[in-house]
Design a protein around this ligand. Structure first.
Ligand code: NAP
Ligand code: NAG
Ligand code: NAG
Length: 383
């Protein structure tokens, strides 16, 4: 008896799946769009299994159409129209790629760089359009931020600044929290957190005028605990929380806030082998003798493996990051969070739902290298 009705349900499912697919292909949009469409499909799959009545099929069908309509209207990209954007840390990596990418799309790009005489800045001047300006801006230097503000304000006049992309960041040397020098904790906070806060505070008046966008490049290191990332992760967690508070507070001004939480990509962030050696020596020179004895020299030196693993396990192609930032800057309704990188979205979901003891088991397994010497290992002759 229920046969004709479940046929109606299957038909509605086909239409929903078809339009979902078209939206996905049309916008090739990053972010949560894909998972939304998958959720809808799962909902319909369940409904069909239950062989819904015609009435419920129609209700579900209208609901799907409404959701798909909402999804697709938010994906629309606004015209570029010479909008002005500021990117910090454009010397290398994501920031450098973003400055070039946004310039190519027609934006007026202000590329803040840590060293205006460096090769990254030179490359931007050489390869980008006349619209792009390279501006000296160390995000920990208040005077330099102010100078950039005056230049940008003068150039954009009444048009306002459309977007600020807080990208500048440092990793410092990943090591166990007890061994990380206090200076490294402070440096991470200074660049990754206070730098982004100060840049944001300085430029917000221009953003409020344009009802524009704030985009922060945070990190999954600020979402779930990763060993050896105490300094970096804490600074990124602070940035993510600050951004979320700002998202609530700035909505009344029409300013939209997005946080990007990329997985591992191969940029200059990890530093070079020489810089690791130098840093390691400096750490060893200043480590209290007691810590040297407890952990053991082998163990401390093995901390360097982290960066080697990081360099090899990361993705050399940074286009996923370029795509999500472009979406955050120009989509009519940008998402609050983007997770570019393979499986990052899943990892974040897992980290929030899996019991802590299970999560810890996997997180510890992933990064454990050797044991400190006082805990005794086969590798260690001295105990
Ligand atoms: N790569 C990843 O896997 C990954 C993952 C998650 C999040 N992130 C985040 O993505 C952002 C960009 O990193 P990236 O991977 O592209 O690394 P990157 O190549 O090292 O880029 C960071 C940029 O920031 C600049 N910078 C450093 N200190 C600065 C300061 N005080 N003022 C202004 N600029 C400063 C650096 O200049 P110099 O080149 O001169 O040092 C560099 O150009 C960072 O916030 C990072 O935490 C990266
Ligand atoms: C870059 O070079 C110019 C000219 O030599 C110099 O005045 C300026 O201070 C340099 N900038 C930095 C950040 O070193
Ligand atoms: C970025 O972070 C700064 C400081 O943490 C905050 O003021 C701003 O609102 C954030 N913006 C975005 C888009 O997350």
């Amino acid at each position: 008896i229920s046969m004709p009705f479940s046929e109606a349900a299957w038909l509605c499912l086909a239409v929903t799946a078809g339009s979902g697919g078209i939206i996905l292909c049309k916008y090739k949009s990053p972010g949560q769009l894909g998972s939304w469409v998958v959720c809808l499909a799962a909902l319909w799959g369940g409904a069909c299994l239950l062989s819904l009545s015609l009435f419920w099929s129609l209700i579900l069908f209208s609901l799907s159409c409404f959701l798909l309509y909402m999804l697709s209207s938010g994906q629309e990209l606004l015209p570029v129209d010479g909008k002005a954007v500021l990117v910090t840390g454009s010397d290398s990596g994501f920031g450098h790629g973003l400055a070039k990418h946004l310039d190519k799309l027609g934006f007026t790009v202000f590329a803040g760089v840590l060293d205006e005489n460096g090769s990254g800045a030179e490359e931007l001047r050489r390869s980008c359009s006349k619209r792009l300006s390279v501006l000296q801006m160390d995000v920990t230097n208040q005077q330099q931020i102010k100078d950039v503000y005056s230049k940008v304000a003068e150039k954009v006049q009444d048009k306002g600044l459309w977007a600020v992309i807080n990208n500048a960041g440092i990793l410092s040397f990943p090591m166990e929290g007890e061994l990380i020098p206090m200076a490294d904790y402070k440096a991470c906070m200074a660049v990754n957190f206070f730098g982004a806060v100060e840049v944001t505070k300085t430029f917000l008046p221009l953003l409020r005028k344009s009802k524009g966008r704030l985009v922060n490049i945070s990190s999954t290191g600020g979402v779930f605990p990763m060993q050896q990332m105490a300094a970096y992760g804490s600074s990124k967690a602070a940035l993510t929380m600050f951004s979320s508070v700002m998202r609530l507070e700035l909505s009344k001004w029409g300013v939209k806030v997005s946080v990007i939480q990329p997985g591992g990509f191969r940029t200059s962030l990890g530093g070079t082998s020489e810089s690791w050696d130098k840093k390691m020596q400096a750490v060893l020179d200043h480590l209290p003798p007691e810590l040297q004895k407890d952990y053991g020299r082998d163990y401390i030196l093995a901390q360097k493996n982290f960066l080697r693993v990081f360099q090899f396990s990361t993705n050399p192609d940074i286009t996923p990051v370029m795509r999500v930032v472009e979406h955050a800057v120009s989509a009519k309704s940008p998402a609050a969070f983007y997770e570019p990188g393979r499986d990052i979205y899943m990892s974040i979901l897992m980290a929030s739902f899996v019991p802590t003891s299970v999560l810890d088991y996997f997180l510890k397994k992933k990064y454990t290298i050797v044991q400190p010497s006082v805990l005794g290992t086969p590798k260690n002759k001295g105990s």
